[in-house]
Ligand binder design. Sequence first.
Ligand code: K1U
Ligand code: ZN
Length: 167
Amino acid sequence: MAILPILQYPDERLHKVAKKVESITAATRKLVSDMAETMYAAPGIGMAATQIDVHQRIIVIDVSEAHDALLVLINPELIASSGESKCEEGCLSVPGIYDKVERAERVTVSALNAKGEKFTLEAEGLLAVCVQHEMDHLQGKVFVEHLSHLKQVRIRNKLKKRLRETM
Ligand code: K1U
Ligand code: ZN
């Protein structure tokens, strides 16, 4: 297993659209383990392959307190959504920035697990928010792009300044 570097907003590679996984191989399973290790180490509750510069439709999520309920979603597809909720979100690719985003309250998603078996996930609460946040990443969308233009400019400038100061 390995901890991988996480792309930092406003890196252009965060805007690439991920491709469908055509076959689940040993390399896919290694990637899933590395993503999980990277997510737990960060620490975070989710991660999309896009964030480690791999543009395949793969997500890992664990919203449990004990970090013992890893969910792997390969080729996730949104089947249904209902309701509205506005929750505070963070992102491992946008460190230190938190803001409220409007999302569906409940989502139903179908996906393959790491063994290639199809399953359906019905999610609400934090899990539903996290699933939508990670599926956005696969489409090349970062959560700050749900915020006003002014907020996005401020966040981008703040992160660019932070990056300059660490170089
Ligand atoms: O995609 C990511 O960057 C991961 C992100 C997921 C997420 C968090 C909150 C709302 C929606 C999606 C994170 O995990 S940010 C870190 C975080 O929320 C957290 C870190 C440690 C403990 C608990 C939460
Ligand atoms: Zn994120």
